[in-house]
Design a protein around this ligand. Structure first.
Ligand code: UD1
Ligand code: MG
Length: 465
């Protein structure tokens, strides 16, 4: 006999979502619903080997996702979706040798690990325990019928007008003694309004056989299910607010929480300041004292300490080290690294580039597949011509180089330490150490040209008419 297992039901069609994607893969912030449910189970201390996800409708996609992200979990199939009672029964061969079985709806992402622990401990007490909540608008949730010493559930579609008035509803999280469930599971029928096998009928059947059933109430905020796009939006909002309050409690300064989105896997530090209208996603990490300016979107960005992201910066899969600055209006992506105290400024795009300590790319530039040493200054409008139509080629710029405005680096190309380029140069060859690369046509002045060609225009010294 093994101790406890958890079955997450995720085979349902999710018809009410009106989406081609399986319901449990719909995102709450930037993570699929099912990941939260699995995360809670694992955080509550359940072994991944004792956790199974039941898939069916769109199951190939769900299985693919789970085997990639949670490879030690078991994936079970319910080929026909005949209801939650049928779902639990179709996994019977997997759970029948355990002592206790926790069954969770796959669509309750807000459930907290401590609540799940409470449900697990209820396995000792009753043959079946369910989590309930008092719903402000109980809608289509199953209604909880409390007897003197027992609990049963009537589904909304089967409920009488009186029963529909009940506000206490079933959250879809159940703790069973396996022996007791085995005794009644074959007695669940589909003789009801939806012609489905309901797991919720197991409580009534247990009561009839003198077994014990119970329920405990949790806050509605934690127990909302996702069945429609509106519910998905509501759950996403609740999750967002939960994440924001967590970081506010940890000493993060968030000027306008209403306009800020922080994903569940993001890690922040005390004294990070987040300005209005910021989004931070993926595995982004931000060090102490850094400021993330308005309109910035960070995805998998590793930001050091005392970094200033000025405003409207988009940073993806890149590292910005201590004391560096970026923005406003820059795009930093694909494994770029801004070393300490370096700077990427206005209308600058950096791709797969390494910007050395103290180096600056202040305005209107594109550095792609480039490596810059320390203390380099890139003049406005300079770019790497890194793509020749077939390959991406590299540009190496040594330490202390000074790049004139509007320099084109035709990659592959290299500048040794201390090299400089003349403004407007097209650099196609290596510039040796401390040399100036000039790659532009010489200026020629044609005397009295204006007088001959523009004699009808009154031209002032400033060129104004
Ligand atoms: C269910 C409960 C209801 C409860 C509500 C809480 C039943 C009969 N009703 O209703 O009492 O208030 O959850 O959110 O259980 N699933 C399968 N296979 C199936 C059918 C469903 O795996 O054949 C899965 C779904 O993917 C979903 C979960 O079971 O994750 C619940 O199914 P859903 O259709 O959402 O049930 P509700 O109508 O919400
Ligand atoms: Mg549901």
């Amino acid at each position: 006999m093994k101790n406890l297992c958890v079955l997450i039901m995720a085979a349902g069609k999710g018809t009410r979502m009106k989406s081609a994607a399986p319901k449990v893969l719909q995102p709450v912030l930037d993570r699929p619903i099912i990941d939260y449910v699995i995360g809670n189970v694992l955080e509550a201390g359940v072994n991944p080997q004792d956790t199974a996800v039941l898939v069916g409708s769109g199951g190939g996609l769900v299985e693919g996702h789970i085997s990639k992200k949670f490879p030690s979990l078991k994936v079970l199939w319910q080929h026909e979706q005949l209801g939650t009672g049928h779902a639990v029964k179709s996994a019977l061969d997997w759970w029948k040798d355990y002592d206790s079985l926790i069954v969770l709806n796959g669509d309750v992402p807000l459930l907290k690990p401590e609540s799940l622990k409470e449900l697990i401990s209820a396995c000792e007490k009753n043959d079946c325990t369910v989590i309930t909540f008092n719903a402000e608008n109980p809608g289509a949730y199953g209604r909880i019928i409390r007897g003197e010493n027992s609990v049963s559930i009537v589904e909304y579609k089967d409920a009488s007008p009186e029963q529909r008035k009940i506000n206490e509803v079933n959250a879809g999280c159940y703790a069973f003694k396996v022996k007791s469930l085995l005794k009644i599971i074959n007695s669940i029928t589909n003789n009801n309004a939806q012609k489905e096998y309901y797991i919720t009928d197991s409580l009534g059947l247990m009561n009839e056989q003198g077994m014990t059933t119970g329920a405990f109430i949790l806050p509605e905020e934690e127990m909302q299910g996702v069945n429609t796009q509106a519910e998905l939006a509501g759950v996403s909002r609740a999750m967002r607010m939960r994440i924001l309050s967590r970081w506010l409690n940890e000493g993060v300064i968030i000027y306008d929480p209403e306009s800020v989105y922080i994903g569940p896997d993001v890690i922040l530090s005390p004294d990070v300041s987040i300005m209005p209208n910021v989004q931070i996603w993926g595995s982004s990490k931000i060090g102490e004292g850094s400021v993330i300016g308005s309109g910035s979107i960070l995805t998998n960005a590793e930001i050091g300490r005392n970094v200033k992201i000025i405003a409207y910066a988009v940073i993806e899969n890149s590292i910005i080290k201590d004391g560096a600055k970026a923005g406003p209006f820059c795009y930093i992506r694909d494994n770029t690294c801004l070393e300490e105290k370096s700077f990427a400024g206005k209308f600058v795009e950096l791709k797969n580039s390494h910007i050395g300590e103290g180096s600056k790319v202040p305005h209107l530039s594109y550095m792609g597949d480039a490596t810059l040493g320390h203390d380099v200054n890139i003049g406005a409008g300079s770019i790497t011509c890194n793509y020749d139509g077939e390959n991406k080629n590299k540009t190496f710029i040594g330490n202390n180089c000074f790049i004139g405005s509007n320099t084109m680096f035709v990659a592959p190309v290299e500048l040794d330490d201390g090299a400089a380029t003349a403004a407007g140069s097209v650099i196609t060859q290596k510039v040796p150490e401390n040399s100036l690369g000039v790659g532009r046509a010489r200026q020629k002045n044609i005397a009295d040209w204006s007088l001959r060609n523009h004699h009808n225009h009154k031209t002032t010294a400033k060129g104004e008419e």
